[in-house]
Design a protein around this ligand. Structure first.
Ligand code: GUN
Length: 288
């Protein structure tokens, strides 16, 4: 079987072009503020990629870089200032925080104005997409990586309704929110995690297998049913460069479609983030 590559590079470019075209028609520029805490090397790369993408589409970029010595008070006051800044329409607080401040992660997310929460991490936005159904979900701020996966599948006309979607990984960033978005599109969803028995047997039942476990090349052909669609969410840094969670060589010829790493889901995350800034801009303009 020939394995189709689902190109996040091509589809994200299409989305970015649409965002750029929309930005040109606006009376003012949308702005995104990214707050970083500490010096995580992977976060630096993600943030640099987001900055480049904003520049490409005409979104104003503001970065607030805080050291891991920042006080709780300073951190909250940065978010409060950004909430009140009329030139900032989206706020993203990069995670993970350094270990000494990780206890603050969820309180900081709660402090972001939900209308500016372009990560869709805030409980208000999570509640919104928890209860939405079908196309009505598309008007909400949706979490960039999970929604990016859905959009990538839809662009390639891969059906979701009625399919068995197996997600390996239950993170707040990917596994849990993706399960909700898949349910809203009428998939049957199974989530596997570190305590799941017989992961391989469950994975082999998937029509669509989503791999988000953060272990390089840990999923091979033995996890996959012939003809399954495989989405690789892994971004693992190795000496050979960035590699995914899926062993591409092994699943090639067995999967019907596969997202490459790099050039797959990561690109989609950034494109949806840009779309969210635009959505957030319109929400704020309409409510002022
Ligand atoms: N760290 C890794 N990916 C993300 C993301 O999409 N948003 C935030 N805030 N932090 C991240």
């Amino acid at each position: 079987m020939e394995t189709q590559r689902l190109s996040g590079k091509i589809i994200s470019q299409k989305i970015k072009t649409a965002v750029h075209d929309s930005v040109l028609t606006l009376p003012s520029k949308p702005g995104l503020a990214v707050v970083t805490v500490g010096d995580d090397p992977a976060s630096k790369v993600y943030v640099k990629n987001k900055e480049e993408a904003c520049r490409e589409v005409g979104i104003v970029w503001k970065q607030v870089s805080l050291s891991d010595k920042v006080t709780e008070e300073e951190l909250f006051s940065v978010v409060t200032r950004l909430n009140l800044d009329p030139e900032i329409h989206g706020i993203l607080v990069q995670v993970p925080f350094p270990p000494n401040l990780s206890y603050l992660e969820s309180a900081i997310v709660d402090a972001i104005d939900p209308k500016k929460d372009v990560d869709a991490f805030h409980p208000f936005n999570v509640g919104k997409f928890l209860s939405c159904k079908g196309a009505a979900c598309d008007t909400l701020l949706l979490p960039p990586t999970p929604y990016g996966i859905i959009r990538l599948l839809e662009e390639y006309s891969i059906p979701i309704s009625g399919k068995h979607v197996v997600i390996l990984g239950r993170s707040n960033l990917v596994g849990k929110p993706l399960s909700l978005l898949m349910l809203a599109r009428d998939a049957t969803v199974t989530i596997c995690h570190t305590k799941t028995h017989d992961v391989k047997e469950i994975a082999k039942q998937a029509d669509i297998l989503i791999v988000a476990i953060g272990k390089p090349h840990s999923v091979d052909a033995t996890f996959i049913k012939e003809g399954a669609v495989v989405v690789d969410v892994g971004i693992n840094w190795s000496e050979a460069g960035v590699v995914g969670d899926v062993d591409e060589t092994s699943v090639g010829g067995i999967a019907s479609a596969l997202t490459p790493v790099p050039g797959g889901v990561g690109r989609m995350t950034i494109a949806i983030l840009l779309e969210n800034v635009l959505k957030a801009y319109h929400m704020q303009m309409n409510s002022s």
